[in-house]
Design a protein around this ligand. Structure first.
Ligand code: NAD
Ligand code: GLY
Length: 346
């Protein structure tokens, strides 16, 4: 097992290793005086891992209840938050009790946000069960739900009490979800760590989960420490995301988040090489690694449509848009462009 500390004001640890679900009760007991725990999960994950988690929490003396909703992004909304809040009230939870999120990013974002507003904020623990949630959404304290058809419009920064990542749970991930997480892992390699990047070619991620997830968490930690509230440096984590988000919504969410950002990373890398920001090999290496993980590197969607969607992105500032552009493998730069120039980057 590896333990990575995130030394923010509310410092917390991320535990990464095999079979941690079975000892999650002990880990949480060391950190909390809670009597009650509300387990939040989706139907797929709860049917696979709910009992193991419940048993572990009960063995450590916690009284548990569970809130299980249908899996998928569609449920990440305020209706589900309201239903969870009602369940927490019915369970008579107090401010010292906690929420445990068992699932992917949808569960983690929703449970974390609900915890952040229940009785003005209670603690929550992230137990990510997708590769994407393990390397990205469970760490860093961004929580929230979608609203009015737009992603993550309502939310809060609220750091968890702990992150417990049992890499054994990834064994049941559908292949599409595995490669979705792989895209985020590749992103970390491009922005910060050439050794990680080139290792992904030699050893498949699934053969080295503990080390790879830990490495990605450390990279994310460093960006979050510099910029907890996403006002500057944290935007490096968005490499491939500006175009990726546009592709994701234009494809009617038929592509996963990871597939969409893979397209975004490939497009930006190609343009970066063409415009002389990086050498040709940077683009070739990025595209061939994405392809190795069966990720898409192009789209049929018209560039005008992507440009229009990008200019509506919530991350634009007035007329300006910040793109994360590779300089070499392991290093990117922020390139501020005018919205009208985005077409030249697609
Ligand atoms: P997800 O939570 O929808 O999970 C994907 C699917 O995998 C679901 O059907 C789920 O039931 C299933 N699943 C989960 N774990 C499984 C397992 N171990 N075995 C079998 N099936 C399993 O999607 P995701 O990709 O984990 O997360 C995407 C969400 O994360 C989006 O809502 C996105 O906005 C959010 N996100 C948040 C942040 C952040 O910083 N908070 C960062 C990135 C993404
Ligand atoms: N997923 C990007 C971030 O946490 O800032």
């Amino acid at each position: 097992m590896q333990k990575i500390n995130i030394p923010l004001k509310d410092s917390y640890d991320c535990f990464v290793g095999e079979d941690l679900l079975k000892i999650s009760g002990e880990i949480i007991k060391d950190l909390s005086k809670a009597e009650k725990i509300m387990i939040v999960s989706d139907d797929v994950v709860f049917s696979l891992y709910g009992e193991t988690l419940k048993d572990s929490l009960k063995k450590s003396g916690f009284i548990t209840d569970s809130f299980v909703f249908k899996n998928g992004e569609k449920q990440k909304n305020l209706d589900t938050v309201r239903n969870l809040l009602s369940k927490m009230i019915d369970f008579n939870m107090t401010r010292t009790d906690i929420v445990v999120a068992l699932g992917g990013g949808v569960v983690g974002d929703l449970a974390g946000f609900t915890a952040s507003i229940f009785k003005r904020g209670i603690k929550y623990v992230q137990i990510p069960t997708t590769l994407l949630a393990a390397v990205d959404s469970s760490v860093g304290g961004k929580t929230g739900v979608d609203f009015s058809g737009l992603k993550n419009q309502v939310g809060a920064f609220c750091q968890p009490l702990a992150v417990i990542c049992d890499t054994k749970t990834f064994d049941t991930l559908p292949y599409k979800q595995y490669i979705c997480g792989a895209a985020e892992v590749i992103k970390y390699g491009v922005i910060s760590d050439s050794k990680l990047f080139y290792s992904l070619k030699e050893t498949p991620i699934k053969e080295n989960y503990e080390n790879i997830v830990s490495t990605c968490i450390k990279i994310k930690r460093d960006y979050v420490l510099k910029d907890e509230f996403d006002l500057g440096d944290r935007m490096f984590l968005n490499f491939g995301h500006t175009i990726g988000h546009a592709v994701e919504s234009l494809a009617g969410f038929s592509l996963t988040h990871g597939e969409s950002i893979a397209v975004g990373m490939a497009i930006i890398s190609s343009k970066a090489a063409e415009k002389g920001f990086c050498e040709e090999y940077v683009k070739t290496d990025i595209i061939s690694l994405l392809e190795k993980y069966d990720l898409p590197v192009s789209t049929d969607i018209k560039k005008e449509k992507i440009a229009e969607a990008v200019s509506q992105d919530k991350k634009t500032k007035g007329d300006t848009l910040s793109l994360i552009v590779p300089v070499k493998i392991g290093e990117c730069k922020i390139e501020n462009i005018k919205k009208r120039e985005i077409k030249d980057w697609i």
